[in-house]
Design a protein. Structure first.
Length: 398
């Protein structure tokens, strides 16, 4: 029996190896209507997130502004606690922001570039990361980009060649958004620290789907958000700052949530908070705080380790199916270096995405690449649906 034939005759392993995950499909209404394979753009909306949003509106209606003191500040603290437990941090090492761009802007202004003016990044990082320091080049910051040799990998030794005594910061992604490659961030951190530089990890593509321990990885700063694998929706970014660094950070942009005595409303003096929240700015989007707590609770319940096991199984199956069709897949060869981001090199991927939407199949694209991103709530059957639909679309082009 061939591999293809075996897939047609055996049931989806979600009912076997991952039986306990099958029940979670019922928590995501969109899965009953569509083949949703675009969690890397936006995690599916859960019933818990919807219930959280309803709870926010109920407390707003019941308490008005008093909800801030009685309820909402507690929900903000809950976000910090849940996120901290997922990444191996302590709640006081966690700050929140409206976006990763805002979080990076605050961190970037807190660094001293007078003696070390070099920032090292990878040319495959998401552009947001580089923008923070490119705009500071007129202030004397020097941006250096490590270039991927194949648009899939960026070996750690390339950072070793780039980092030197003038380097203030190495800022890079744990998961690259156009290849799904999982970097060895501990090796990158070791390189940075050996030369006296800090390391900042953009983990937007990884948090929730790939396990991480910020202490074991010796990370100084980590930024991520709830939009994707944490299933919390847009409007909330999460920041980790290593405990020993917190007292030394004094950003030059701030807001009232960064003040040590926030609710004393002092106008003529400012003192930073003693925890990571010193990099926070204005009032957070409380509706997203509620939806984020719903998504985070699911990740904690299942565990990132179990999620990773399931999504890696789906990813490997998806890649195998695509290669059987003769398509080029931009992905690491080693399964342990793959995230749940599968990039297919196909012509006019934006047109394929539109045609898939007409078939109730949700994917995404990047220049020259069709992106399919299964998550723990997806199935082998959905992998087959996507691949066969793409094959039909390509056949009709001939």
């Amino acid at each position: 029996m061939t591999t293809s034939e075996s897939r047609k005759h055996y049931p989806d392993p979600i009912a076997l190896e991952h039986a306990e995950l099958a029940e979670y499909r019922a928590e995501f209404p969109i899965l009953q209507r569509k083949t949703y394979m675009n969690s890397c753009s936006l995690g599916a909306l859960s019933s818990r997130a919807m219930q959280g949003l309803a709870q926010f509106m109920e407390t707003w209606n019941e308490w008005g502004a008093h909800a801030w003191y009685e309820i909402w500040m507690g929900e903000i603290a809950k976000v910090r606690e849940q996120f901290a437990s997922i990444i191996g941090a302590q709640p006081h090492e966690v700050a929140i922001a409206p976006s990763v761009s805002v979080a990076l802007s605050s961190i970037a202004t807190a660094l001293d570039y007078s003696k070390r003016n070099k920032v090292v990044m990878a040319d495959m990082d998401f552009p947001t990361l580089a923008y923070q320091w490119l705009v500071k080049e007129r202030l004397g910051v020097e941006c250096h980009f490590v270039e991927s040799p194949d648009r899939i990998y960026t070996p750690p030794e390339l950072f070793e060649e780039a980092v030197d005594s003038r380097t203030a910061l190495v800022a890079t992604s744990r998961v690259f958004f156009t290849s799904g490659y999982i970097q060895d961030v501990r090796s990158v951190a070791d390189i940075a620290h050996k030369h006296g530089a800090y390391v900042l990890i953009d983990d937007y593509q990884g948090t929730g789907q790939i396990p991480i321990d910020v202490v074991a990885q010796d990370i100084d700063f980590l930024v991520t958000g709830t939009l994707k694998w944490l299933m919390g929706g847009p409007g909330l970014a999460l920041v980790y700052i290593r405990e020993g660094l917190i007292p030394h950070l004094q950003p030059t942009i701030t807001g009232w949530f960064g003040h040590r005595e926030q609710f004393k409303f002092k106008t003529r003096e400012f003192e930073f908070r003693g925890d990571a929240a010193r990099v926070e700015m204005g009032t957070p989007a409380v509706p997203t705080i509620y939806t984020a707590n719903g998504g985070l609770s699911i990740v904690k319940e299942i565990s990132v380790e179990r999620i990773c096991e399931r999504t890696r199984y789906l990813t490997n199956d998806l890649i195998a199916r695509a290669r059987e069709k003769g398509w080029t897949v931009r992905a690491p060869q080693e399964p342990e270096r793959r995230s749940s981001i599968v990039m297919l090199e196909l012509d006019r991927p934006e047109d394929i995405v539109k045609e898939l939407v007409a078939r109730n199949i949700i994917t995404d694209f990047r220049p020259g690449l069709l992106r399919v991103s299964p998550y723990f709530y997806n199935t082998i059957e959905e992998n087959a649906i996507v691949i066969e639909a793409v094959a039909e679309i390509l056949e009709h082009r001939k």
